[in-house]
Design a protein around this ligand. Structure first.
Ligand code: G4P
Length: 525
């Protein structure tokens, strides 16, 4: 018999939406939350639009930027499934946490602007998902506007991202001439403006893939064109394969318009059908923890600092991997062996923060943290110790030289610097020659958070000098020769004492590679 815990795990669908800023991630998220009944009005997720600010739980930086902390994780029920959407902040709010969040999901939805195609940030986030081999679903947005040819967009997906695609539906026209979707998967046409016709939203397709010859759309040349395109796609395109979707080798592609709420519900329902439930998690010793295990386990993938400016607490986000979380339970922190009572835990909803009583694998809980946790920590119950695999480190692209403003504050400067680095807030390098400290990040926000926390938590004002973007590449310590350092690169070591070069640009890197062909230049993810 299937246990209650198993039943609950099987209902979970935990995913992130990845996109380049402005592709429509927030708009889609809001539509999904509206379907799930988690919010009542659009505009709730992005505080800056609606002016809805949560009361006290805002970090100063967040307040200025208008990011809602409560939107970090959104949960709702739909079609007997419990859906967890994890936010992946973009733009100026982009940080390593954005990447790390992708370590905590079971699938991803990639939103693409139909006029722009694959953009830089989408590509980076896609690569992290690809590395994990999780299923990726694609939503091509803004069909109510003129965009690129759908075939062109599919080709780009395959060429740039090197993933096979399968169109679940196909747009009939676009922009002003948008008529709706030819739904290949459900064998029906979904009309964009049914009120223009007889009000019927769905038109069934016959065996030949055609609609009723009496329907006015039948005479529209756009429709016959789509029928031809679809025939070609079905004959010459990839086959639909659930196995390939599950392995992240084929992405089902949906078209739609989030702003006009068209195609989003069909997407959601189909997505929930194919998106995976939580599966086993790999441990450091090569084992696996099943989501159905009765002992609790989870790992910390994100730490959000100073939610409440009056206190120094932070929130550590835990992805549950097994067992059932109960408020007040005792767990062990694997890194230190310390026992911790999880009494203050919180679950995030779109417009309210609620205390969570129970949660299972796939769910995300937030733990109040006063400096106990680090990114990548495992917590567990039971006699046998569990340590999940380390979270990957990501190659930083932005760099700052950092020093303490007041030399008298060196001690707290070092303390803060090392603690924040260990916690995963920023990366730290030390130059070989001068011993200068350099901070590395994937997003500007990480530097701001660092500066803010150094001042507020370690009472140290820091001076940060931007070094612009650099290309970081690691080398084998055996290959190291200090003479390799030149005016076009900086030789440094990371906090694990591994040597790396920070190259000024691609040109400088290529020059180096030509000069030292035997030295392998390695990036992180
Ligand atoms: P993001 O979270 O990915 O950054 O994107 P967001 O949803 O905020 O959308 C970016 C802009 O694109 C918004 O317009 C939004 O209204 C628009 N948008 C989203 N989906 C669609 C769509 O399907 N069709 C069209 N035509 N536009 C869409 P904005 O003017 O930047 O913001 P707003 O202040 O009007 O909301």
């Amino acid at each position: 018999m299937i246990s209650n815990q198993q039943n609950e795990v099987n209902k979970r669908r935990t995913f992130a939406i990845i996109s380049h800023p402005d592709a429509g991630k927030t708009t889609i998220t809001e539509q999904l939350l509206l379907f799930g009944g988690a919010i009542r009005n659009a505009g709730t997720v992005k505080g800056k639009k609606s002016g809805h600010f949560a009361k006290s739980d805002w970090m100063d930086i967040e307040k200025q930027r208008g990011i809602s902390v409560t939107s970090s994780v959104m949960q709702f029920d739909y079609d007997d499934k419990r859906v967890n959407i994890l936010d992946t902040p973009g733009h100026e709010d982009f940080s390593e946490d954005t990447y790390r969040t992708l370590m905590a999901v079971d699938s991803a939805v990639m939103v693409i602007d139909s006029a722009k195609g694959i953009e830089a940030q989408t590509k980076k986030l896609f690569q992290v998902c690809r590395m994990r081999g999780i299923p990726i679903f694609t939503f091509i947005n803004k069909l109510d506007r003129d965009g690129r040819e759908p075939l062109d967009l599919l080709e780009e997906l395959e060429e740039v991202l090197e993933i096979e695609s399968y169109p679940m539906n196909w747009p009939i026209g676009m922009g002003k001439g948008f008529e709706g979707l030819y739904d290949i998967f459900h064998q029906r046409v979904e009309l964009y403006r049914p009120e223009r016709y007889d009000g019927e939203r769905f038109l069934p397709l016959d065996d030949a893939g055609d609609i009723d010859a009496g329907h006015p759309l039948h005479a529209n040349s756009l429709f016959s064109q789509v029928m031809e395109d679809v025939e070609l796609l079905v004959e010459a395109g990839n086959e639909f394969s659930e196995e390939k979707i599950a392995a992240g080798e084929l992405t089902p592609v949906f078209f739609g318009s989030a702003l006009t709420n068209f195609g989003v519900q069909t997407f959601l329902e189909t997505f929930l059908q194919f998106a995976p439930q939580p599966s086993g998690h790999q441990t450091k010793d090569g084992g696996q923890v099943s989501p159905y295990d009765s002992e609790f386990s989870g790992f910390i993938f994100k730490i959000q600092a100073n939610m409440n400016p009056a206190h120094r607490d932070r929130i550590a986000f835990v992805r549950i991997c097994s067992g059932t979380f109960e408020r007040g339970m005792d767990v062990q922190l694997e890194r230190t062996g310390k026992k911790i009572k999880l009494s203050n835990s919180t679950q995030f909803m779109a417009d309210s923060r609620e205390n969570v009583e129970t949660a299972v694998a796939g769910d995300i809980i937030g733990l109040y943290d006063t400096g106990t946790y680090q990114i990548g920590d495992t917590i567990y119950t039971g006699k046998s110790s569990v340590a999940f695999e380390d979270l990957p480190q990501f190659t930083p692209e932005l760099f700052m030289k950092v020093t303490a403003k007041n030399v008298m504050k060196q001690k707290s400067f070092y303390k803060g610097l090392y603690q924040l680095v260990q916690e995963g807030a920023v990366q730290l390098y030390k130059t070989y020659l001068s011993g200068d400290f350099i901070l590395g990040a994937v997003g500007q926000l990480q530097f701001e958070v660092f500066k803010h926390r150094m001042l507020n938590e370690y009472n140290t004002e820091v001076i940060m000098e931007p070094m612009g973007s650099k290309i970081a590449r690691w080398i084998d310590p055996d290959d190291l020769d200090e003479r390799m350092s030149s005016s076009r690169n900086i030789l440094a070591k990371d906090r694990f004492d591994q040597p790396l070069f920070l190259f000024e640009n691609q040109f400088a890197m290529r020059w180096f590679a030509d000069k030292y062909p035997d030295v392998e230049l390695k990036s992180l993810l």
